[in-house]
Design a protein around this ligand. Structure first.
Ligand SMILES: Cc1cc2nc3c(=O)[nH]c(=O)nc-3n(C[C@H](O)[C@H](O)[C@H](O)COP(=O)(O)OP(=O)(O)OC[C@H]3O[C@@H](n4cnc5c(N)ncnc54)[C@H](O)[C@@H]3O)c2cc1C
Length: 481
């Protein structure tokens, strides 16, 4: 089939049965027509459509298996041109949402393509896990599927591991193995984009090597239609009005807790089974973490640029752009954008062929960028609030434009550079980015989507080679002249 169109995506979405719970309702019928999903479904469809447009050939490449054009985020780069093609493609998708969609398909495609290149890591003992990963990558690539994933055990009691909870089946784990496959019971969080085609379940937190935690050391994938698989959604932030909620109405990807009610994972979809050592090493050993972070950093560059654009427009619109503290806040965001772009450029300039044969961005700038981002991104909403001030609350609902009060909006909401209707639209966008339910979720996402920044920083501290710096200090301390 190869690279699919928006219509293909929507047709599959609506014809794939799945158990999505929204409030007291189990979704039946058209998912793409449901108020909680229609905006994001339309946006994903637009992304798929984009890759087929004339002039956008860089978004696809010829599949090494079928020869069909397939999405460029599946490329296993061997050359600098291929690495840059991946970046170009990812940037085009990120620009569509201003970086507000974190889970466009290229995020997990990047992980899967790296794991497939490193499929030997998964081994062949007992079962051909290496072959399973390779076949799954090819299946996803040839059908251009979008994946969701869950890495984290439910937030029940973080002071003990999953086997020590009051019920050892709260966190998803192996129940039994049969000729059919592996039965999984329990839950995982948090799956962004439950309207995906498939789910990948991979370990992220460190699994202790004691016997009790072994059943939690698993990695597998499933179609979202798998029997017993449930997605329990949070409240939607979406809305019908693109004027009132320009971001939420289009890009609310939704987040769900995933329940596995004795779901049977067929053997060909099992990648790691009861192997804590592999589970703990998989992301680093396969370089999946590098390629996922590479995709994330491309998006983060775009988002920082977009936020800088929003801030500049607000400041200019109300004539606040001359004030030094306003300029300083915008300069901070511009510095973030340029820093992230510099990390990205350095990672690509120093890319090396990894032990699995693919050209891999340098991990030092990649790891630095992914640690920096959760520290700087939360300042975006603070800057929008600082500069937008009360204007962020002078945002009457769209209906007022069709009422007798419209003239008041045009007169009293006008700004130095914009009429009332346009000014309110701009400030609604800013509020959606920084303060609405959607904006609040964005802030949380940027803090946590790549893991807990506190533990990431500890890991960064341990990993970073600080010895050369210490040597220079010692040399100065011992200098005699
Ligand atoms: C909007 C959003 C979308 C997400 N989407 C996805 C997704 O699609 N797929 C997915 O798998 N995950 C997703 N995540 C989850 C993300 O991976 C986690 O939020 C992240 O790994 C942190 O884990 P946690 O939320 O369980 O926090 P917890 O581990 O419960 O941490 C809670 C607090 O306790 C502290 N803490 C906990 N344990 C320790 C420890 N051992 N040492 C020091 N401090 C500790 C943390 O610093 C934090 O302050 C998403 C998260 C968000 C917010």
């Amino acid at each position: 089939m190869g690279a699919r169109s928006g219509k293909d995506f929507l047709a599959r979405l609506d014809s794939t049965p799945r158990e999505i719970w929204y409030g007291d309702t189990k979704l039946t019928g058209s998912v793409s027509g449901h108020p909680a999903f229609k905006g994001v479904a339309r946006s994903i469809a637009a992304l798929y459509e984009m890759q087929l447009k004339p002039g956008m050939e860089f978004m696809t490449y010829a599949s090494p298996k079928s020869g069909d054009r397939v999405g460029a985020s599946y490329i296993q780069p061997k050359t600098r041109e291929e690495l840059v093609q991946r970046t170009r493609m990812m940037r085009a998708w990120a620009e569509y949402s201003g970086g507000f969609m974190g889970r466009t398909a290229d995020y997990l495609n990047s992980s899967l393509m790296a794991m497939a290149a490193a499929n030997e890591f998964f081994g062949h003992e007992g079962r051909d896990y290496a072959g399973n990963v390779q076949s799954y990558y090819e299946y996803v690539r040839e059908n251009d599927l979008v994946l969701t994933h869950t890495l984290i055990n439910p937030q029940t009691n973080r002071s003990v591991g999953p086997s020590k909870q009051t019920d050892p089946f709260i966190a998803a784990r192996v129940v039994e193995k049969s000729s059919e496959g592996v039965t999984i019971r329990g839950a995982r969080m948090l799956a962004t984009l439950p309207i995906a085609d498939e789910i990948m379940v991979f370990p992220s937190t460190v699994i202790r090597s004691g016997q009790d935690d072994i059943p939690y050391s698993i990695a597998f994938s499933l179609p979202v239609s798998a029997k017993g698989l449930k997605f329990i959604c949070r409240e939607s932030f979406s809305d019908d009005s693109g004027y009132d909620h320009p971001l939420a109405s289009r890009f609310d990807e939704q987040d769900a807790v995933v329940v596995f009610d004795d779901v049977v994972v067929p053997w060909e979809r099992v990648f790691i089974l009861e192997d804590p050592e592999k589970a703990n090493r998989v992301n680093e050993a396969t370089d999946a973490v590098v390629f996922m972070a590479h995709q994330a950093i491309v998006r983060e560059c775009v988002k920082a640029e977009f936020i800088a654009g929003v801030l500049t427009m607000i400041a200019e619109t109300i004539g606040a752009d001359q004030f030094p503290q306003v300029q300083e806040k915008i300069a901070d965001v511009l510095l973030t954008a340029e820093t992230m772009k510099a990390f990205l450029a350095a990672s690509e300039a120093n890319a090396k062929v990894n032990r699995w044969g693919i050209l891999t961005p340098d991990y030092v700038p990649i790891n630095s960028a992914r640690n920096l981002w959760p520290r700087v991104a939360p300042s975006f909403s603070a800057a929008i609030k600082q500069i937008g001030a009360s204007g962020l609350m002078a945002i009457p609902p769209e209906e007022i434009l069709n009422s007798p009060a419209r003239a008041d909006v045009e007169k009293y909401y006008q700004a130095k550079l914009l009429g009332g209707e346009e000014r309110v639209g701009l400030f609604k966008l800013a509020w959606d980015a920084a303060g609405s339910s959607f904006g609040g979720r964005q802030d949380l996402y940027e803090r946590f989507f790549f893991g807990d920044p506190v533990r990431m920083a500890s890991a960064y501290y341990s990993w970073y080679n600080k010895e050369p710096y210490k040597e220079r200090v010692k040399e100065l301390l011992h200098r005699k002249d």
